[in-house]
Design a protein around this ligand. Structure first.
Ligand code: PYC
Length: 317
């Protein structure tokens, strides 16, 4: 009965470089056994209240990314997963995949080694290392358009690249902002205004896809790293981690500009100063990025959805 919620579900929470992931282990909706993209469409059409109940307040928050663990199509895969947040669904999620692999290891479902994970936008090849870090060989990434100019009301003109890294990104350099946590409110305001301006001007990813992630990039604060970013996620939240798909999009742009070779490692600093390392291999006119980072388990819980609770489907602000 799709509009109903189960009495309770089991989740494992973790954070990857500061960004939380909540993996639904038991009690999630039965989405059938087709490709993950079809199952995501069914999730959205029939069980969106489950998404909002799990990640929105009062059980979650706008920063929480949910991960619905699904039976994979390929019996060789360790898991299928559908990522979601307080406003909708993600294609891939780099920090979330690192959190998922760490969670599966915590549950003793996998050990160190290589594990295939299916997502709605393609297969990702992960490796859990002996030190607890996780590498994610992402779906192919590419720069779609270079140096796109957009006029942002109240701020002026910005120029950025549009790239796919498992989600759609608009990457902006030369924004004049210092990318530090103390500036998070003005950074959210600016990136939200940029996203609205892209929409207002009909600037999209391929096939009219909504560009829902805005990535400001700069030089690193720590000279040991290669670059720093601030990533606005779909909705009003920003990524506390360096954003796995955002790092992938950045790597694709660097490669397209001839500023990154297959031999180089890129150290991507996020807004908290935490780091993902990244590299690429060429894939025709695209690249296959690999990003690595570490997650930590923060809780194993049951979430209750009492039928008399007015906020069992989450609070929609
Ligand atoms: O790590 O890819 C990522 C991600 C996307 C949204 C939040 N984190």
């Amino acid at each position: 009965m799709p509009s109903q919620l189960p009495a309770f579900i089991s989740v494992v929470d973790s954070h990857t470089a500061g960004e939380p992931t909540r993996v639904v282990i038991e009690g999630g909706p039965d989405l059938g056994s087709g490709p993950l993209a079809e199952r995501r469409a069914r999730f959205q059409a029939e069980y969106d209240h489950f998404r909002s109940g799990v990640v929105c307040e009062p059980r979650g928050s706008e920063v929480m990314v949910g991960a619905l663990l699904c039976k994979p199509v390929n019996p060789q895969a360790a898991a299928g997963v559908i990522f979601f947040n307080d406003v909708g669904y993600l294609g891939m999620c780099g920090h979330g995949t690192i959190g998922l692999v760490t969670t599966l290891a915590h549950l003793n479902r996998i050990g160190p080694g290589k594990h295939l994970i299916e997502t709605p936008v393609g297969d990702v090849h992960t490796e859990l290392h002996a030190d607890g870090s996780v590498s994610v060989r992402n779906v192919p990434a590419f720069r779609y358009r270079e140096a796109v100019r957009v006029e942002v009301p109240g701020y002026g003109a910005f120029t950025g690249d549009i790239a796919w890294g498992g989600n759609w990104f608009f990457l902006v350099d030369g924004h004049g902002q210092k990318l530090i946590a103390a500036n998070r409110n003005p950074l959210v305001a600016l990136t939200t205004a940029i996203r609205e301006a892209l929409i207002a001007n009909g600037i999209t990813g391929a096939d009219g896809a909504l560009i829902d992630h805005i990535e400001l990039v700069s030089a690193p604060e720590d000279p040991a790293n290669s670059g720093r970013n601030f990533v606005l996620c779909p909705g009003a939240s920003f990524d506390r981690s360096p954003c796995g798909t955002g790092t992938s999009a950045k790597l694709a742009c660097l490669y397209a500009e001839g500023k990154l070779s297959e031999e180089q490692t890129w150290k991507q600093e996020g807004i908290l100063g935490t780091v993902f390392t990244g590299s690429v291999v060429s894939h025709g006119d695209q690249v296959i990025p690999t990003i690595s980072g570490r997650a930590w388990i923060t809780a194993e819980s049951k979430l209750y959805f009492d039928s008399s609770d007015p906020f069992r489907k989450g609070i929609a602000f």
